[in-house]
Design a protein around this ligand. Structure first.
Ligand code: NDP
Length: 239
């Protein structure tokens, strides 16, 4: 199956921001492939073709990109959206928890980028839109590993953008504030209850409330993603 429309690949399109972005990109005229670890073969919903993907697996990433290229011949836009949160006091979280978080939020995004970039370079065009967070540039007590993962996404994206512009490819950032999704419910809880966790959480919530606008709708973030995908003169960052 080929398409005359530009092809957008959105990771983590089963829920929240990714789901809203996949629908908005389809409405904006893109052929959209969304991913979910829960997708079955040839799963098509609301104008979006769903394929399975675990960004933490090298073989899953390679197989997904092969399937998209086989089916549509190109990838014009990659939205690296799949991600998890995970809170807890820095010294009480296990290193394994922090490593798992990085394996999805940072190395998942890097795995996808490495797999898609050669196709975009061969095309001489493409946009990689990385979903960071306001926590990519402000601190977040009791979410240090998560904030570190998003700071890493910022540094990786901006550096790579300078590297690949010469090949017609751009790497752009979308930095959502707190957005109403199932993010917290979908995020792993501390393996053992943290002694002062509720108290820590209250402090954290006060800091966060002061640091950012609360309650953005996923559709608002999706608009920024469509703008990044379609902007004739792309900026590095979209709010
Ligand atoms: P949701 O929990 O609603 O959605 C997360 C998505 O990521 C799901 O579709 C899930 O798909 C997918 N996902 C999780 N783990 C993996 C994995 N290992 N491999 C592939 N896909 C995976 O969260 P949001 O929509 O809120 O979050 C999306 C992005 O936005 C994240 O990167 C998050 O850090 C960022 N963000 C969120 C904010 C918020 O307040 N909600 C604020 C700022 C940034 P499935 O389970 O089907 O595989």
């Amino acid at each position: 199956m080929t398409t005359n429309r530009p092809v957008a690949l959105v990771t983590g399109a089963s829920s929240g921001i990714g789901k809203a972005a996949a629908s908005a990109l389809a409405e904006a005229g893109f052929e959209v492939v969304g991913t979910s670890r829960r997708a079955s073969a040839d799963d098509r919903r609301e104008g979006v073709t769903f394929l399975d993907l675990d960004v933490a697996s090298d073989t899953s990433v390679a197989s997904l990109v092969d399937r998209v290229i086989e089916r549509f011949g190109r990838i014009d836009v990659l939205v690296n959206n799949a991600g998890i949160g995970s809170a807890g006091a820095g010294e009480e979280r296990s290193l394994t928890q922090d490593q798992q978080l990085f394996d999805i939020n940072v190395f998942g995004l890097i795995r996808m980028t490495k797999a898609v970039l050669p196709h975009m370079r061969a095309q001489g065009s493409g946009r990689i839109i990385n979903i960071s967070s306001v926590l990519g540039f402000v601190p977040a007590p009791y979410m240090a590993a998560y904030a570190a993962s998003k700071h890493a996404v910022e540094g990786y994206s901006e550096s790579l953008d300078h590297e690949v512009r010469q090949h017609g490819v751009r790497v752009l950032l979308v930095e959502p504030a707190v957005t109403r999704t199932a993010f917290e419910a979908n995020s792993p809880k501390p393996a053992t209850p943290l002694p002062a966790y509720e108290q820590q959480r209250q402090v954290f919530e006060r800091v966060m409330a002061a640091a950012m606008k609360d309650g953005d709708d996923p559709a608002t973030v999706a608009k920024a993603i469509v703008a990044a995908a379609a902007d004739p003169k792309p900026k590095l960052r979209y709010p």
